[in-house]
Design a protein around this ligand. Sequence first.
Ligand SMILES: [Zn+2]
Length: 439
Amino acid sequence: MNAAPAAAALNPSLALSLLFATTLLLGLALKLWLATRQVRHVARHRATVPAAFAATIGLPAHQKAADYTIAKVRFGLLELAVGAAVLLGWTLLGGLDALNQALLGWLGGGMAQQLALIAGFVLIGGLVELPLSLYQTFVLEQRFGFNKMTLRLWLADLLKSTLLGALFGLPIAALILWLMGAAGTLWWLWAWGVWMGFNLLLLLVYPTFIAPLFNKFQPLEDESLKARVTALMQRCGFAAKGLFVMDGSRRSAHANAYFTGFGAAKRVVFFDTLLAKLSPGEVDAVLAHELGHFKHRHILKRIVSLFALSLAGFALLGWLAQQAWFYTGLGVTPSLQLLVPALADTQAVPNDALALLLFVLVTPVFSFFIAPLLALFSRRHEFEADAYAKAQTNGADLASALLKLYEDNASTLTPDPLYVAFYYSHPPAGQRLARLGSA
Ligand SMILES: [Zn+2]
């Protein structure tokens, strides 16, 4: 065997390992730096309520928000460290390769082995995250009075979501794996179509079949609120199938309202926690904000950009899956039959599940760097929805509703501006109220 081609084949593999490790380290350093800034900034402003809020927010609420924010950022660092260790464990340290080889020895190389690899990967990942999730709910959220879940409900949720994940996830994984093997070089285009159809189907069945498995939805009964909300929706030219109240208080004290569904099946869902906290005028203003997202086509824009990004992702995966260095550079030994033309005649073991899992593992390491751009678009949309709500209802109602929600959710009034730029999908309270002309 000639040494030169072997060396040439090694180079892109080594280059990928180095690129991956360097990008991962850069991302970790950046996240650590941002977290440190946020903690320092919030702690520095903990002693006094900002002047603009001095009349509306008490010092205890301000300090609770500061403590909650800092506790969440610190917990985020723990999650970050665990996540990075798990990622390295799967890839460069050989975890995925070991799982793959073990399953190949046990099941041979076929669809059953590939599905077992994906299921095993998801289960192991889930088990690692379990203690973190328990800590978050029963220690962190509990300490600040937000958790309303019992351990029993938490376990029931876990069981239900695992079963649903298997029910929906395994067939779609099998279909995509089958396309990867059977649909030729353009498999990724077919797989993208299937994946998009699957996502649309989920959006369609979520409000009527999935959400009711976790929460109770009752038609809004408060007649005067109902009349008020219906009038608002008519004024905005918006038809919905129903107004529902959800028992969000079963799990958490955090309050919210949202729309789900498509076309005529759209429904408006209020958390019971939201109705308990806001006056009718404020509920109207929050709903008008959500209607603003529809009027400005934010949801459509989000779905379209998700479709476009997925298409780019599948195209990239279609190419990467054919490159031996994509596997070896990330700590996995692929079967070479389908990657090296000279070996094409021998019996082939597909690498498709490996390619999918590596892609899912590694993409976030690189895509993190466009997070500020996505967050910027999201914050711009929030301002647009606020402006719409102000025009349709009452700016003062929206301002007081937002203030209550920020206070009840213990969102800090004094976040670090750079941290906001990277992570915040919603602008901080100060900016939103300033734009509404009441801070
Ligand atoms: Zn919004």
